[in-house]
Design a protein around this ligand. Structure first.
Ligand code: NAP
Ligand code: ZN
Length: 369
């Protein structure tokens, strides 16, 4: 297997890492636009850490706090306009995957005045995006280190953009911000990190590097998941939060190489149509996904479970117990309506085995009726 790997982001993690590296902001200019969600950047303390550091370095800033969950491409183009009108030299994204993905697109929109939604998805841009600094506040997506932005298009569908131009220049990962995550989002984002590692490991495009990241991430996650399952989310310490955060970054590096697979492809409609949080939605399929791989690549599966010192059934049970319940019910008509989506989903082709439309419809019937 090859070792092809590229990581375009300077990653700095650890407690108070923004404060102790504030001098780095000066490299990018004298004014920035900070892109956040509604309230978590304030609640978790990341926004004040960033603005204190900017003030210390004499850098002016404006805030755009209009990024919602599963951000729309339109909101990114709007925030890009604000960045341009304010004369921002660079962008700082603060949040979970939603504001971080959005800030990648805002950086592109800021330097390309006539860019529309189609140009953004195609990365059909004349000018390089503004430099981006990412500050992660969830422990799940790994967006801090991926060249990917997942945005909701004008038809309400989640579509991803992948381009080396989207790597943040710097990502700050201070696990203290993740302490304020609710139980619901702690579980959902942790499952997202696990899904990234599992889908990257069982992926036709996996290489030696992505496997190292995926297995290392799963070793850390297994340890914390055992604790969640025996003592609850409330028992997590700062060190546990740091482990979850580090595992999410490892998952991010893993999917930077491989992308995701079936669980992510099938998770999107649960988020779009039923408002299920991203990680929870993808987690719905992990058991089935593992079963497929036990059949298709049994030696690869054995190697993973040996490394994790567990067996497939215990591993699936551990994941299931961390995953929040999903109460979606699908009728045969709902499933038939979804069918055209599966014809054109590139990440399904990355799966081992032949995951065709008929297989997916049967699986949806089994899981959700
Ligand atoms: P999120 O959508 O960014 O945030 C979920 C919720 O958690 C929001 O209500 C948010 O509040 C809140 N929150 C965030 N940080 C918090 C904190 N420290 N304390 C308390 N509340 C906090 O969740 P996410 O799971 O991190 O991101 C999901 C998005 O990432 C999806 O759109 C998904 O498609 C995408 N994704 C991207 C990649 C990639 O490679 N780029 C990979 C996987 C997933 P606010 O709204 O107030 O911020
Ligand atoms: Zn994900």
């Amino acid at each position: 297997m090859n070792m092809n790997f590229y990581a375009g982001t300077k990653l700095i993690t650890g407690k108070d890492c923004i404060e102790s590296n504030s001098y780095l902001f000066k490299r990018f200019g004298k004014k920035c636009l900070i892109v956040t969600g509604k309230s978590s950047a304030v609640k978790c303390g990341a926004l004040s850490d960033v603005t204190d550091s900017l003030e210390k370095e004499g850098i002016a800033h404006e805030v755009y706090n209009g990024i919602c969950q599963n951000p729309t491409a339109a909101s990114c183009i709007e925030a890009g306009k604000q960045a341009r009108n304010s004369g921002a030299d660079f962008i700082i994204g603060i949040g979970g995957g939603s504001p971080l993905d959005a800030s990648k697109a805002v950086a592109a929109a800021a330097s390309n005045p006539d860019m529309n939604e189609a140009d953004l998805y195609a990365m059909n841009i004349k000018n390089k995006p503004l430099p981006l600094i990412a500050v992660g506040t969830t422990a799940g997506t790994g967006s801090e280190v991926t060249p990917v932005s997942v945005l909701t298009n004008c038809q309400g569908m989640k579509k991803s953009i992948k381009s080396e131009l989207l790597y943040p220049a710097i990502s700050f990962g201070d696990p203290k911000y993740t302490v304020s995550l609710s139980e619901k989002f702690t579980r959902s984002t942790a499952i997202d990190a696990a899904a990234h590692c599992i889908e990257s490991y069982f992926n036709r495009t996996a290489n030696t590097m992505s496997e190292v990241f995926a297995v290392s991430g799963l070793k850390i996650l297994s340890e914390v998941f055992d604790k969640i399952n025996s003592c609850g989310v409330g028992s997590l310490t700062y060190d546990d939060r740091e482990k979850l955060y580090n595992a999410s970054i490892l998952g991010g590096y893993a999917i930077s190489v491989t992308g995701t697979a079936m669980p992510h492809s099938l998770g999107y409609f649960l988020t779009e149509n039923y408002g299920i949080p991203h990680g929870t939605a993808c987690g719905a399929y992990l058991s089935k996904f593992i079963d497929i791989n036990l059949d298709e690549v049994p030696e690869k599966a054995d190697k993973l479970f040996n490394e994790l010192r567990t067996d497939a059934d215990s591993f699936k049970e551990m994941i299931k117990r961390v995953s929040p319940e999903i109460s979606v019910k699908l009728t045969d008509e709902d499933i038939a309506e979804l069918a055209p989506r599966w014809d054109n989903t590139p990440s399904l082709k990355k799966n081992f085995g032949n995951i065709d439309g008929e297989y997916i419809s049967d699986m949806l019937r089994e899981l959700f009726s």
